[in-house]
Design a protein around this ligand. Sequence first.
Ligand code: ZN
Length: 372
Amino acid sequence: MTTGYVWHELFGWHDTGTNVGILPSDPAAGLQPLQHFENAETKVRMHSLLGASGLQAHLEPLAPRHATEEELRRVHTAEHIARIREESTWPKGGDAGDGFSPFGHGGFEVASLAAGGAIVAAEAVVAGDVRNAYALIRPPGHHATPETGMGFCVFSNLAIAARHLLATTEVERIAVVDYDVHHGNGTQAAFVNDPNVLTVSVHQDNVFPPDSGKLDERGEGRAHGTALNVPLPAGSGVGAYEATFEQVVLPAVRSFSPDVLLVASGFDASAADPLARQMMTAAGYRRITSMLTEVADEVCDGRIAMTHEGGYSAAYVPFCGLAVLETLTGVSTGIEDPFDPIFSGFAGQDLQAHQQELISAAAKLASELATG
Ligand code: ZN
């Protein structure tokens, strides 16, 4: 069986304007108009490399569709959806909710296509049309909570796909693994009371949102224990990520034994990212993806659907993405990461004692999943 792949040209047309990285331009504050960190380049170039490398020929194209109002409502409030819809008609668009997440005129159509793209990928995997799938969608989704967009995210794409599976297929239990460098707060919020969805977020401690994604956020009520957070210290590299997946993520997924694994795939833990301070490499992403495919083979017949999240190095994200897609397909294009000699040589790439301390604390929480 094949690997499904969702892409649409409109994902490159999501317009985040002339922000100065994160901040709106403001002459009085010395902020010269530039480009938003969340611009089209990282994703468009990843798509280009999949084509140029020849990997595209091994992917099964899955056409995205717009998520319906009913599908968006499974996660979001009517007020949030209505506000995005309304601001999308404004001549210059609006903002998803926090003032840092602009979208252009017609932004609703692109954002609902991204959410629908996540649905299509997850659905194809569960239906058995493809073995696994990657949805290269934009805008990203994992920060958007039921009530509001934030952190460059408009709708909570992966959560909407998960709710769709629970509502319309035989799937009863879902594990979500989020390796974007920022906390997957929106996904966590969508399932904070749902014991049938495990959310595991591996992120850099206290980057975004502020004071979010701590070890003690574990889900509420009957769902206590089914939210798991691994706030890795700044400076974590491939060794820390491998240890986190071996000691925390895989045991948690095994214990939970889901029907399908959904992965929020952000490449902003890379050594080249402007928005965080981790040191992951394409080889590191290849390694954790292969760990995820192995655990999926064990517990859910290999069913994995990934949705694209952050990653802001236009030069490096394409190589991280290629590594993940090569692993999902089992096809090697022969293109080697040209940055690897530089990034893998950074001091501290191996697991450090203070990182292990945090990982051990998270592993203890993960082990409680098995005992209830
Ligand atoms: Zn991120």
